[in-house]
Design a protein around this ligand. Structure first.
Ligand SMILES: C[S@@+](CC[C@H](N)C(=O)[O-])C[C@H]1O[C@@H](n2cnc3c(N)ncnc32)[C@H](O)[C@@H]1O
Length: 223
């Protein structure tokens, strides 16, 4: 996928896809958005509830969420599975300016996250195992059960086929009871489709530039 580098509101860079007229992150702040939507609103809740984190990310992209997760969850074992049908090439990753926001040691971990081969479980630290799969969510076959899901596909206006009840049902099937899903979209249709798939859905405060985001929890019993 052809991308261009763009600087966002907090100074961190993201990728822009001209063909879709879509960014990988919020233009108000890539790093700020990832921290808010996935780390503060998802991972921190999961860390309080679960002894180990079994995480599924839909849309690995720049790998920023993986790095932030590794850094935040230092004291727990994390098994991180990420789906990405269009891996970002290394030259593009190097052009992002995350070195300005992380220490040298943290950037080495970021590089290791990108060096990890697709299709193989790779140990990045003693507590963080990464499995990147070059597959679209619609075709993925996963063992489950994940207790945390980062749903970070391109937006519902650009990729409506990924925000459907049937895709969310597939994800619900991979999610453990009580598992948490976070995503940056709070669109009514997205929330309704999550509910149809068996999640309880909460609209919570968003990062700068966005009033709300969505946090969903897989119901103990399917309704
Ligand atoms: C909004 S970007 C976010 C990427 C990433 N989480 C990050 O922080 O850079 C959406 C990502 O979803 C990926 N994607 C596109 N189609 C997909 C599909 N069918 N299944 C899973 N991921 C997909 C894109 O290639 C892109 O990397």
């Amino acid at each position: 996928m052809k991308t261009e580098i763009r600087t966002t509101g907090d100074g961190s860079k993201t990728l822009y896809v001209p063909a879709l007229n879509e960014h990988y992150h919020s233009t108000f702040g890539a790093l700020t958005e990832s921290m808010h939507v996935f780390i503060r609103s998802g991972l921190r809740n999961a860390l309080l509830q679960f002894d180990e984190i079994h995480l599924l990310e839909i849309g690995f992209g720049t790998g920023l969420n993986a790095l932030l997760t590794l850094l935040e969850a230092k004291d727990k074992n994390v098994f991180y599975t990420a789906l990405e049908p269009f891996p970002v090439d290394r030259k593009t990753i190097t052009s992002l300016n995350y070195g300005e926001f992380f220490t040298g040691q943290e950037i080495i971990l970021y590089e290791q996250i990108h060096d990890a081969a697709f299709g193989e479980k790779c140990r990045i630290t003693s507590r963080f195992e990464l499995l990147k799969l070059e597959s679209p969510v619609q075709k993925a076959i996963l063992p489950g059960k994940y207790n945390l899901v980062y749903f970070d596909a391109f937006g519902p206006d650009v990729q409506p086929e990924l925000w459907t009840a049937s895709v969310f049902e597939k994800i619900a099937g991979w999610t453990a009871k009580g598992g948490i899903l976070t995503t940056y979209s709070a669109k009514g249709e997205v929330r309704r489709n999550l509910q149809k798939a068996g999640f309880t859905v909460e609209r919570i405060a968003g990062p700068p530039g966005k009033r709300h985001i969505t946090r969903a929890v897989k119901l103990p019993v399917r309704k």
